[in-house]
Design a protein around this ligand. Structure first.
Ligand code: AMP
Length: 282
């Protein structure tokens, strides 16, 4: 497996792959790889000849006061994990490589899809995400790109962007990978102390219990939200950012829990902000 830092070197590899009619699968990440990332790499390997994993902590998707500086980084460990899942290339560019001096072009998706949920409390976040993903797509030019449903809003935003900009890449959403006790895997879980880590299990517990209520016939999205809020508030270490029951693709509000439904939430535990969700076909 190769570890490349220069855009020019990646382009050479892609040209070579194209000459040999190889399909390219791409897994963009911010590193500190865990089982969630590895599931994406595994799927990409199953479906493509060449798999490229990017590891880049993208400064433009962090707001002021967020955890850009403290975000965990371990390129050596990440590279060996990526290799063990069959990745062919790790692309680990510097900030200067991705944002050359004077860089002033950004990609912004308008409307509810970026303004609601995480967009409401992380202004500018999806502009940073859309910009870096566009740059990475232009560098790697993958046939398929793999994204985790853990970041459900990110998947919706990227799909919208690919459609709107006629980008020639298939977006492959992949299921959420969880710890044994239900907590969705995340690089940020390493911020949690023992007590916070225990409290974190309430997020998935609330979501799965809400799913049971829906299966029992509850169709009122507000009642589902209230139920989740009550459940999470029973855990004193949790401070809710949002709980939303919306359409799974457009993220628009719904009046009835019917069809493609996304239940999404963000909760602060101590200083750590965690997200989780469930997507259901009702
Ligand atoms: P990140 O490094 O957090 O930017 O994540 C890189 C990719 O891995 C994104 O597409 C995430 O949605 C995905 N991902 C992160 N956590 C998980 C998880 N627990 N299960 C599945 N995919 C995940």
């Amino acid at each position: 497996m190769k570890i490349l830092e220069a855009i020019g070197d990646i382009r050479e590899e892609i040209k070579e792959a194209r000459r040999n009619n190889k399909s390219v699968g791409f897994v963009p990440t911010m590193g500190y790889l865990h089982g969630g990332h590895l599931s994406l790499i595994k799927k990409a390997k199953e479906e493509n000849d060449l798999v490229i994993v990017s590891i880049f902590v993208n400064p433009t998707q962090f707001g002021p006061g967020e955890d850009f500086e403290s975000y965990p980084r371990d390129l050596k460990k990440d590279s060996s994990l990526a290799q063990s899942m069959g990745a062919d290339i790790v692309f680990s560019p510097s900030i200067e490589e991705m944002y050359p001096l004077g860089c002033s072009t950004y990609v912004e998706i308008e409307g509810d899809i970026t303004k609601k949920l995480c967009g409401a409390s992380r202004s500018g976040h999806f502009k940073g995400v859309a910009t870096v993903v566009t740059k990475l797509f232009n560098i790697v030019m993958p046939n398929r790109a793999y994204f985790g449903q853990k970041d459900a809003q990110q998947v919706a935003v990227i799909k919208r962007m690919v459609k709107d900009l006629h980008l020639d890449v298939e977006i492959v959403p992949c299921p959420i990978v969880r710890e044994g006790d239900g907590l969705a895997m995340s690089s940020r879980n390493t911020y949690l102390n023992e007590e916070e880590r225990r409290a974190g299990t309430i997020l998935s517990k609330a979501l799965f219990e809400a799913k049971e209520r829906i299966e029992e016939g509850e169709i009122n999205p507000l009642k589902i939200s209230y139920f989740i809020i009550e459940t999470i508030e029973s855990e004193p270490l949790c401070e809710i950012d949002y709980v939303e029951v919306v359409h799974g693709e457009t993220l628009e509000s719904i009046e009835r829990v019917k069809g493609d439904v996304l239940i999404a939430l963000a909760v602060k535990i101590g200083k750590t902000r965690l997200i989780d969700n469930l997507r259901l076909e009702v």
